[in-house]
Every structure is written in C-alpha cells, then in structure tokens.
Design a protein around this ligand. Structure first.
Ligand code: AP5
Length: 293
C-alpha cells in the first residue's frame, strides 16, 4: 500500500515537473508592461495588469554596476513575464521631472546618484515600501539594483515574511572589473523607452537612435570615469556582502556574466528552471510523505 502511494507520488512529481517546464508562465511576452506603478508610484496604474502566475517568479539580481543586470532583467521579463523593477529607473525617472515636482528627499537622492554614491537606506526603503504593491503583484517581480546593503536586504526580508511572500532565487552575476568598466563606458540608453545599448557590443541599427521607438540615445551621467570608480567601490563595500547573506538563505544562483547577453540569459534560465523543478518536486514529495504516514 505504502509502495503504491510512493509510486503515485513519483508519477505526480514527473507530471508536475513537466508542467513547470511547459507552463504558460514561461511563454514569451507579446506586450510589455509600462510598470507605471513602480516608476511613478502607487497612485499610477500599470498599462497592463500582469496575468496571475500559478507560481510567480520572485527574483533578485545581484552584481556590480554595469555587469549587465538590466540587460538580463529585460530578457528574463520577456520569458517569465515577471516585472522588471529597477530602483535606478525610479530615480532616473524622478530626475527627468521638473525640479518643482521633485521632493527634497528625491533631490538629495539624485545628488548621491550623480556622484556614484549609494542613496541613503532610509530614502530607498521609503520608496520601495511605498511600492510594496509591486512586490505583491500576482505576476511576480525581478528586482534589479535593490537590495544593495544588508539593511535593505533585512528590511525586504521582513516585509516579504510578513506578507507571506517567498523569493524564488537570487541571481549573482560575476565579471572582472576591467570588463565592467568597458561595458559602462560604452552604454547608451533610450530617453523614451529606456532600452539599453552598447556602442560596440549592442549597437543600435542607426547611430544615436533607438531601434524600438526612435527615441534619442544618451549617456548616463553616472557613467563618467570618476563616478564609475565611486560606484565600484560602493559595490565592494556595501553590496558584495549580500552574496553571503543570500547564500546562507539557500537562495543564491551564481552566473558568469561573460559572453553574449543571450547566452548568459539561457544559462540563467536553465539554472532557474532546474531549481524550480527541484523545489516543486520536493514540495510534492513532502506532501505525499505526510499523507502516507
Ligand atoms: P542602477 O541603475 O541600479 O545602476 P547599477 O546597479 O549601477 O547598474 P547599472 O544600471 O549601471 O548596470 P547593469 O548591471 O544594469 O548593466 P546594463 O545591463 O545596463 O543604480 C544607479 C544609482 O542609483 C546607484 O549608483 C545609486 O546611486 C542609486 N541607487 C539605485 N538603487 C539603489 C539602492 N538600492 N540603494 C542605494 N542607492 C541606489 O549593462 C551595461 C552595459 O553593458 C550596457 O551598455 C549593455 O548594453 C552592455 N552589456 C550588457 N550585457 C553585455 C554582454 N553580455 N556583453 C557585452 N555588453 C553587455
């Protein structure tokens, strides 16, 4: 009888894991969400409400500035549907508004950002907490650029625990600093849709113009050599310790960020998928073991 139950559990695991690989929540996107509730704040409404996923992907991307987190977040978003939530994008959108529309805390934050320093934890956390609806979104999320300090990671954990939300994984991208400097030096961003290019590695079809929306490409203020140095130092001092924090929580997935973006993405996706299949199989087996007893 017990063996028969275990055989049933095995069949269930195989069918559930197969459904994880084929499920609708990893189909490619047809439309892109404008993420208004994240970029502008909770009073704004997203253009598209993401479809609820059976098992939403809740990811954090870690890695030094310029390693390619934003590029990978965009590719992951297209495959997993979860929204790309970048704290840097929120600050840059606020910086593009008229000065009279910027709060004193935001003006101060933009000063830190220009110099390449981290914005104080209290400002960042107030901004993220205000947008906690995005973390609760049934479509899941891909956090990029947050958390960046242990204090931010602990605040996020506390909030997620209290809301009953579970992180799927934390992906850490690794690349030698010399290559990072080349990536940041050549980065160009569209002023309208925020698509990221690189002058030699990912050039637009027409110089200075976005392939997607014809917007103008600009160089970020914090991609100047003096800011790059400050940003890399801030990363080493404040963000690198998060690798150990998430490793100890059993959530870390480590990825080498060398090679073409599509190859790095496939590698990331394969690892995430394998992790998810293991997690689902484990849950099914535990549930069956409980029933067998
Ligand atoms: P943020 O916007 O988060 O910037 P960042 O973490 O410094 O990361 P970047 O956007 O510079 O790089 P990325 O890893 O996304 O690389 P990308 O894909 O663009 O933060 C900016 C500032 O805001 C901070 O300095 C801070 O002041 C403030 N801030 C934000 N969040 C904060 C927080 N939580 N706490 C405190 N302060 C905060 O790629 C880079 C380039 O490389 C591109 O040109 C791209 O086309 C190219 N590229 C990408 N992949 C490849 C590849 N595989 N091969 C070749 N080229 C590639």
């Amino acid at each position: 009888m017990r063996c028969h139950m275990c055989f049933e559990a095995l069949v269930l695991v195989i069918s559930v894991t197969a459904s994880v690989s084929w499920s609708p929540y990893i189909q490619p996107m047809t439309m892109t969400n404008n993420r208004a509730a994240w970029i502008e704040g909770p009073s704004a409404q997203c253009e598209i409400t993401p479809e609820p996923a059976l098992l939403p992907w809740r990811l954090i991307l870690l890695g030094a500035p310029g390693v390619g987190k934003g590029t990978q977040a965009e590719l992951l978003h297209r495959r997993l549907r979860a929204c790309h939530l970048s704290t840097g994008d929120v600050f840059r959108a606020a910086g593009a508004r008229a000065e009279c529309d910027q709060s004193p805390a935001m003006k101060e934050a933009l000063g830190y950002m220009r110099r390449g320093e981290l914005v104080p934890d209290s400002t960042v956390w107030a901004m993220v907490r205000e947008r906690k609806g995005c973390l609760q979104c049934a479509g899941g999320f891909i956090l990029d650029g947050f958390p960046r300090t242990l204090a931010q990671a602990e605040s996020l954990k506390e909030l997620m625990d209290s809301e009953g939300l579970k992180l799927t994984a934390v992906v850490n991208y690794e690349l030698p600093f010399s290559e990072i400097v080349v990536r940041m030096g050549g980065r160009r961003t569209c002023d309208k849709c925020k698509t990221v290019y690189h002058v030699t590695e990912r050039p637009p079809r027409q110089e200075g113009k976005c392939d997607r929306c014809d917007g103008k490409l600009f160089q970020r203020e914090d991609d100047r050599p003096e800011s790059i140095k400050v940003r890399l130092e801030a990363y080493e001092r404040s963000t690198a310790p998060l690798i150990e924090f998430y490793r100890n929580l059993g959530l870390l997935v480590e990825i080498r960020a060398t090679g073409m973006p599509d190859d790095i993405f496939e590698h990331t996706f394969t690892q995430l998928e394998a992790r998810r299949v293991r997690e689902v199989a484990q849950r099914v087996l535990v549930a069956h073991a409980d029933r067998c007893e």
